[in-house]
Design a protein. Structure first.
Length: 104
């Protein structure tokens, strides 16, 4: 299963982190709001281990406060990318979606 975010095919959405692979990537926190017709992007970030980052994220409470529906995550795995490439794409996606959580 995949979802396109900013022109990239992200794995997901997942309502739990169990299906998220251990590895580097860019994650998106999505809010499926009733009647919205699609997900609302709450947050975008990157990590060397996305599963660990999602499981222990310091902004989880912020995601819950901003959610009006069902929370989910989606991941763009970036194996083979440099850390800088991953940060650059994260930055472009944050500019494109202007998520309300996680100022950078």
């Amino acid at each position: 299963m995949s979802i396109t975010i900013g022109g990239y095919a992200f794995d997901g959405p997942h309502t739990q982190t169990g299906p998220v692979a251990i590895g580097q990537g860019i994650y998106s926190i999505l809010d499926y709001r009733p009647g919205a017709g699609g997900p609302y992007v709450l947050d975008i970030g990157e990590a060397g281990d996305v599963r660990r980052r999602l499981d222990s994220h310091d902004r989880k409470e912020q995601w819950r406060r901003n959610s009006r529906g069902t929370l989910a995550c989606a991941v763009l795995y970036t194996t083979g990318w440099t850390d800088q490439q991953r940060r650059d794409v994260e930055s472009r996606l944050r500019q494109q979606y202007a998520p309300p959580c996680g100022d950078r």
